[in-house]
Write a protein that binds this ligand. Structure first.
Ligand code: GLC
Length: 689
């Protein structure tokens, strides 16, 4: 059951697609105290949710802020990352979910100030609050009800489940061709190469540098012959430059965000001074979205939207003030306080809250103009929506890859997200692991982190361990920052072993794609904490570095340098699979309880759950050449098990066609029964009795 409570005059975020009339009563469970919604938490009861956030799967014990922020060096003590996902589930005798549909600055103090108190504080009391309860009182059912309310998660093309290589630093066509050639030479599969800002002319959106990429259409076609898709970046800020058509049209039509006096707001990003399209204005959104057509026409079928918190390096006005003040300090004796002041002036130039309070949106539809900070968390959502709506118009029958850096709930219908700039740190690998189920709860199914880490120099073993986890995440992209150690798989001394791990991804694809599609089509989670499947097991509730992936698998990644094994907790008997790549699946039945499992650096482990099976294909050079007409099966039938496999052509959108589904049954004596309109040979390669 879902109940909606409206406070003040909320901005229509369009996060929710279901029509739910506002309830007249008062919001249960919570009291309203000093501008906050307050609730006493039961001792030991977990709190889940918040999507892209720091810390654990159980969010108790910290203060989290919804304030989309560009923060590449985030730590455990950070309060806000690139997205704002205001959905929480509160455990206890009667678990329930709460979605605060409020696009401004919002804090969730979850047992931080007082251990037993949840305190939710919005900057203004203009919000819709949805209370979500499930008949069975279970978390998965609460998630499903919430997800039904916010609409179907984005479905990418199948090729976007392949491995992608990215780096801020591929300067020209020759660099891109080299990456493709070296992957092919090394015999490592590859489905995508990402183009970062250097492909553009002077960092201008929707342009292609003539000098560096003289024939992008030709390059894209050549790459497609190799089964590789080019995926260019699009940034939020539009460079101010006479003669640049996007700038000139935006000015002429009045489509940029404006300051109080109506002048377009000037902030700086990669190209220097820029204007920010008013993504909340439907006409401006359509205008910006249709600009992607130029690249689509060049044979591009995937994009990543960046800097859309929006990140602002400095505003023109603030920069001038800072220059004046710094000049006035010249020649002075800078003691501790003055020196700190000087540093403070420079260090607060970027993403300054005052700047976010200095410009406005014109949302149309009879709505008054709104100051940016009140709707800050909607910017990246609406930039991606601009693209998503345009793709619907331009390519109604084709799936286009789209993922964004910034997001709000609602954006999950238009694209995926990557988890923003991270660092080549073991702690960020662990954060990637813990974020996956929280993102599933909030509808962001197509997601992954920059594998091997974006900032800082990676190490070979971190790259290995991160890829070993990354083969399970829907977005599997290796991305790094300019100036850091090069981390393409073929760069490392043991490229062969890394290659084998990447090949394994393709063996897992029939299962991963099937589970992704079923999760999207049925509003289910793709990744889940153990506690969701084993609610009666108090030990399962403690585990945060093991995850369930779909119905059959439990993952237990190694996230520690120099570790050659790890402890795992099994809530029930499971089948341990140890592998270093295709054709190497060592299976062993393990009993419920705690175990130490050796995991050599070149290996990974995962578990097949009791009563489940895992279909595997042979590996492939890319998704297009994957042959799923013959599947191997690893099964733990426990008296007989059955798996419903979803598959389709990977580009069209008739997901509900029943011919997409087939059923694999394995009985305890190993006999296989297959039913489906697609011809398939099923071979049991391991059966656990
Ligand atoms: C931002 C993005 C990163 C990208 C860089 C340059 O930091 O998050 O992925 O490489 O900008 O475009």
């Amino acid at each position: 059951m879902i109940r909606k409570y409206t406070f003040g005059n909320p901005f229509p975020t369009e996060a929710v697609v279901k029509d739910i009339p506002a309830s007249q009563g008062t919001l249960p469970y919570f009291t309203r105290e000093d501008g906050s919604l307050v609730l006493t938490l039961e001792e030991g009861a977990p709190v889940y949710g918040l999507g892209e956030q720091v810390r654990g799967i159980n969010k108790r014990g910290w203060t989290y802020t919804s304030n989309c922020s560009d923060d590449p060096h985030h730590l455990e003590t950070t309060h806000s990352l690139y997205g704002a996902h205001n959905f929480l589930m509160i455990g206890g005798k009667q678990p329930f979910g709460i979605f605060i549909d409020y696009p401004g600055y919002l804090t969730f103090d979850i047992g931080y100030t007082r251990k037993d108190t949840l305190r939710i504080t919005p900057a203004d009391w203009d919000m819709d609050v949805y209370l979500i309860e499930a008949e069975d009182g279970r978390f998965p059912s609460i998630v499903r009800a919430f997800r039904q309310m916010i609409g179907r998660s984005y479905i990418p093309p199948k090729w976007a489940f392949g491995y992608g290589q990215s780096r801020w630093g591929y300067q020209n066509e020759a660099d891109v061709r080299e990456v493709a050639a070296r992957y092919r030479e090394a015999g490592i599969p590859l489905d995508a190469i990402y183009l970062d800002i250097d492909y553009m002319e002077r960092y201008e959106d929707f342009t292609v540098s003539d000098e560096k990429f003289p024939d992008l259409t030709g390059l894209a076609a050549d790459m497609k012959k190799e089964g590789i898709h080019l995926v260019p970046i699009i940034d939020a800020g539009v460079k101010i430059e006479e003669g640049y058509s996007v700038y000139e049209e935006g000015i002429e039509k009045g489509y940029f965000c404006k300051e109080e006096d109506g002048a377009p707001f000037v902030g700086a990003v990669w190209p220097g001074r820029a204007h920010f399209p008013d993504m909340l204005n439907p006409a401006a959104r359509r205008w910006f979205g249709l600009k992607y057509k130029g690249l689509l026409d060049m044979g591009i079928d995937g994009f990543w939207n960046d800097m859309n918190e929006p990140a602002i390096f400095y505003s023109e006005k603030r920069l001038n003030k800072v220059f004046d003040e710094v000049a006035s300090m010249k020649g002075q004796n800078l003691d501790l306080d003055k020196n700190n002041h000087l540093l403070g002036l420079v260090n607060t130039l970027a993403n300054n809250p005052e700047d976010y309070r200095s410009f406005y949106h014109e949302p149309g539809n009879g709505l008054p103009r709104v100051r940016h900070d009140k709707v800050h968390n909607l910017y990246g959502y609406n930039m991606t929506r601009a693209a998503g709506e345009a793709f619907e118009e331009l390519e109604p029958d084709k799936r286009i890859l789209m993922f964004s850096r910034s997001s709000y709930i609602g954006m999950h219908r238009y694209g995926g997200i990557w988890q923003g700039d991270n660092m080549s740190w073991w702690s960020h690998l662990l954060m990637n692991v813990k974020m996956m189920p929280s993102l599933s709860m909030c509808g962001f199914l197509y997601t992954g982190a920059d594998l091997a880490g974006f900032g800082g120099d990676t190490t070979e073993d971190l790259a290995m361990r991160w890829l070993q986890f990354g083969i399970f995440t829907p977005l599997m992209r290796n991305h790094s920052a300019m100036g850091t150690r090069e981390q393409e798989a073929y760069r490392f001394s043991n490229a062969e072993a890394l290659g084998r791990i990447i090949k394994l991804r393709y063996c897992l694809l029939p299962y991963l794609y099937s589970e992704y599609m079923k999760a999207a089509l049925h509003d289910d989670m793709l990744f889940a904490p153990l506690a969701f499947a084993y609610p009666e097991d108090p030990q399962a509730a403690q585990v945060e570095d093991q995850l369930l992936l779909g119905e059959s698998l439990m993952l237990a990644p190694v996230c520690q340098q120099n570790a050659t094994g790890r402890y795992v907790y099994l809530p029930e008997d499971m089948l341990l699979v140890t592998t270093s790549g295709p054709e190497d699946f060592r299976c062993q039945k393990m009993t419920a309880g705690h175990h130490y499992v050796p995991v050599a650096e070149e290996e990974l482990i995962f578990f097949v759950r009791r009563g489940h099976l895992l279909p595997l294909s042979k590996t492939a050079e890319n998704v297009a050449s994957l042959d799923s007409s013959a599947l191997d099966v690893i099964a733990f039938p426990d008296g007989g098990c059955s798996y419903t496999l979803y598959d389709d052509d990977g580009v069209s959108k008739d997901y509900d066609d029943p011919s997409r589904l087939s059923v694999i049954d394995v009985s305890s004596d190993g006999a296989v029964r297959y039913e489906g309109t697609t011809e398939r040979k099923i071979h049991t390669c391991f059966i656990c009795s």
